[in-house]
Design a protein around this ligand. Structure first.
Ligand code: TYM
Length: 339
């Protein structure tokens, strides 16, 4: 058990989970369960760094747990829990806040993008990557499977761990990002120059995991392509739309680029879109069926999350205690009884 490498990853319960989240992260999480010691977290504390509706957050947290299980996350083989259930994450963040230079956070690309969209920026939004570093470092994680957009946050996590170790002595393992070759950056269907994002809610931007077949067909039929005819993988800016559709097809079918290009040779964009839509619909169908069955079973998810939180508390506690000791806090267990 303990020789297996430790994998940690997280996902925000902001609803609208899309095929980018699935291909960039969740699909990989599922595949890693057999080989690694996996810990997966629903990061509700990250979700409140931008304005949110409490009722929606409450609902999407439970919905996400069910959806992850429907996608194949197996609570018997990994730890699945909600971040706010384990107070070590907040405590660890405070300690890391005090050693993380402000400039490191102000440089984060995701912060700059998100901040540009807000009228008023919360301290929490700036601090988002420090909380993420705490998530990862509390479990002495080896590998962090994420999409391409998270690369910078994992680098920062390593920097924070390195700084703590340097200041107070070796305490944290430096984790590595694991980014898939295919599907690490699924682009928006309506604008293939922008990554598919939960926060973009325009109608034909994303394919959500719970979308019905007709919605999926329409979104893919409307996907922006180019005025050419060639169905090839290409980095050329004008081919971004076709390249994105082919990448989605590749990630869902597992076929090679050569096979796919040969398959579509001589066909038109209409054929490409029809086939991509069918592949996506068929891949999502079993997930959607399992999701409905899980949601119908009351108490099932609650029990999993209760057990997951207990296990996460148990696993994070030694590292948090060690970090507190290293910075000089008096540990409650050190206090002697008055005689
Ligand atoms: P979130 O919820 O925004 O994204 C969850 C995962 O989906 C990936 N992703 C994508 N992959 C491919 N194409 C896309 N268009 C796309 N959009 C999103 C993200 O890279 C991510 O892997 N900050 C994290 C949450 C987090 C976390 C952690 C991750 C909090 N603590 C600790 C790892 C370890 C995030 O972006 O979540």
């Amino acid at each position: 058990m303990s020789e297996r490498k430790i994998v940690f990853s997280g996902i925000q319960p902001s609803g609208n989970l899309h095929i980018g989240n699935y291909l960039g992260a969740i699909k990989r999480w599922v595949e890693m369960q057999d080989q690694y010691d996996c810990i997966y977290c629903i990061v509700d504390m990250h979700a409140i760094t931008v304005p949110h509706d409490p009722k929606v957050l409450h609902e999407t947290t439970l919905e996400l747990a069910a959806l992850l299980i429907a996608c194949g996350i197996d609570p018997e083989r990994c730890v699945l829990f909600v971040q706010s259930h384990v107070s070590a994450h907040a405590e660890m963040t405070w300690i890391f806040n005090c050693i993380t230079p402000l400039g490191w956070l102000e440089r984060m690309t995701q912060y700059k993008e998100k901040a540009a969209r807000q009228e008023s920026v919360s301290t929490g939004l700036l601090d988002y990557p420090v909380l993420q570093a705490s998530d990862i470092l509390l479990y002495q994680t080896d590998l962090v499977p994420v999409g391409e957009d998270q690369r910078q946050h994992i680098e920062l996590t390593r920097d924070i761990a390195g700084r703590f170790n340097h200041l107070f002595g070796e305490t944290f393992k430096l984790p590595e990002a694991l980014i898939s070759e295919v599907g690490a950056r699924v682009m928006g269907l309506d604008d293939p120059t922008k990554k598919m994002s939960k926060s973009i809610t325009s109608r034909y931007h994303a394919i959500r995991l719970l979308d019905d077949p007709d919605t999926i067909r329409t979104a893919i039929r409307r996907a922006v392509t180019d005025s050419g005819r060639e169905i090839i993988f290409s980095d050329a800016p004008e081919k971004a739309g076709v390249n994105n559709l082919l990448t989605i097809y590749q990630a869902f079918t597992g076929k090679s680029r050569e096979e796919i290009e040969a398959h579509f040779a001589g066909k038109g964009y209409g054929d490409l879109k029809r086939e991509v839509a069918e592949v996506v619909i068929e891949a999502l169908r079993p997930i959607q069926e399992r999701y409905r069955a899980i949601r119908a079973e009351r108490g099932y998810i609650d029990e999993i999350l209760r057990r997951g939180a207990e296990e996460a508390r148990r696993r994070s506690e030694p590292t948090l205690t060690q970090a507190k000791h290293r910075v000089g806090f008096v540990l409650p267990e050190e206090l002697q009884h008055h005689v």
